[in-house]
Design a protein around this ligand. Structure first.
Ligand code: NAD
Ligand code: DAO
Ligand code: ZN
Length: 383
């Protein structure tokens, strides 16, 4: 096949023209990567609640028209000048949490929140302030530095990592968000080894926290969900107990958890995005040392509340994005864990859709029995 390097590529993409409307499958033009950029042929992408949240119009950072998607896997088609961390043909995962390894944040050793492309990424632009997508003569915004709902996308060299080509991209794409988020949040919690843990919300993220807690030898892992169907899922991934807060009669979920753990949990995780649940997750922590991790993304403008006495008495409220994982440095290790069987990934895929049925994938996600829907971008396993 003739090389597409340096040329504009016309391909299929799911375009979000405006908030609250279904995605529209369109022919889009994808310009070649500029200096420091990488053009990727996307083979598979997951659908995440954040795509849905932005599409709904509730995301204050949401800009339209846009190509959504941030949980993808693909192959490098071409690179711009000065790109030395990936090359043509590499199997890659785009990273919504970039890693430049040079900024103050990256060098701090304290966070995975790189600042290199943050400002433009939040505006739906490439780092030079421009866009690479055009459709019907109109430029389209980028999303979270990834835009994986297009057969071809362009990302910053800081927002992509090469992975072992032997790993299935159909599954490894999920390491681009939900699984890494939960597994990282649990396994990177200092002192979690052998602890008691409560996980609120048993979706892709909560299940990933559960398997991270299991990997760290946690003795009691209590899963909490208002959907009883999640009990079997939680147990399969390593939960020792399951609590449905709607079936406790007069007892609050906080009192129930404190009763089950002789005074409260060592670590808790909110994987719901509900601010009432975030309060419960803090208040069921053990006095003196319990740590509550906020992972769920709350609606715009929502606030959390508790009595300050909860903190005075030694409980800690904290949170993380992308599980605190530095994508370029650490994702290949997670892929290796997946390949060795230590990290479950295949088990999360409950639904599949082709690109032209991507809206059905959003319906799947809302149906309640879906952990992750993987969209086949139409290339099969061809590279
Ligand atoms: P999901 O919808 O698949 O799972 C959420 C679960 O929470 C569901 O099983 C639901 O029944 C349960 N739930 C809802 N209300 C509840 C309540 N009151 N008490 C107990 N359980 C309740 O979602 P997901 O894909 O697992 O994502 C979870 C959250 O994590 C979302 O808010 C998402 O936006 C966020 N997220 C954060 C990051 C990050 O980097 N911090 C990354 C990805 C996703
Ligand atoms: O301000 O440096 C920063 C990073 C902000 C982005 C944090 C992302 C929060 C989680 C979003 C959910 C992704 C699916
Ligand atoms: Zn950085």
């Amino acid at each position: 096949m003739a090389s597409t390097e340096g040329k504009t590529i016309t391909c299929k993409a799911a375009v979000a023209w405006e908030a609250g409307k279904p995605l529209s499958i369109e022919d889009v033009e994808v310009a070649p990567p500029r200096a420091g950029e990488v053009r990727i042929k996307i083979l598979y992408t997951g659908i995440c609640h954040t795509d849905d949240y932005t599409l709904s119009g509730k995301d204050p950072e949401g800009v339209f028209p846009v190509i959504l998607g941030h949980e993808g896997g693909g192959v490098v088609e071409s690179v711009g000048e000065g790109v030395d961390n990936v090359k043509v043909g590499d199997h890659v995962v785009p990273l919504y949490t970039a890693e430049c390894k040079e900024c103050k944040m990256c060098k701090s050793g304290k966070t995975n929140l790189c600042s290199a492309v943050r400002a433009t990424q939040g505006q739906g632009l490439m780092p030079d302030g421009t866009k690479r997508f055009t459709c019907k003569g109109q430029e389209l915004h980028h999303f979270m530095g990834c835009s994986t709902f297009s057969q071809y996308t362009v990302v910053s060299k800081y927002s992509v990592v090469a992975i072992d080509p032997k790993a299935s991209l159909e599954k490894a794409c999920l390491l681009g968000c939900g699984i890494t988020t939960g597994y990282g949040a649990a396994t990177k919690s200092p002192g979690i080894e052998g602890s008691t843990v409560a996980v609120f919300g048993v979706g892709c993220v909560g299940l990933s926290v559960i398997q991270g807690a299991r990997a760290k030898g946690c003795t009691k892992i209590i899963a909490i969900d208002i959907n009883d169907k999640k009990k079997d899922w939680a147990k399969k991934f390593g939960a020792t107990d399951f609590v449905n807060p709607t079936q406790l009669g007069d007892q609050s979920v906080v009192d129930k958890l404190i009763e089950m753990t002789d005074g409260g949990l060592d670590f808790t995780f909110d994987c719901t995005g509900n601010v009432q649940v975030m309060r419960q997750a803090l208040e069921c922590c053990h006095k003196g040392w319990g740590v509550c991790n906020i992972i769920g993304v709350a609606p715009a403008g929502a606030e959390i509340a508790t009595r300050p006495f909860q903190l005075v008495t030694g409980r800690v409220w904290k949170g993380s994005a992308f599980g605190g994982v530095k994508g370029r440095s650490e994702l290949p290790g997670l892929v290796a864990d997946y390949q060795s069987g230590k990290l479950w990934v295949d088990q999360f895929v409950t639904h599949h859709q082709p690109l032209d049925k991507i809206n059905a994938g959003f319906d799947d996600m809302h149906a309640g029995d879906c952990i992750r829907c993987v969209v086949d971008m139409g290339f099969g396993d061809a590279q």
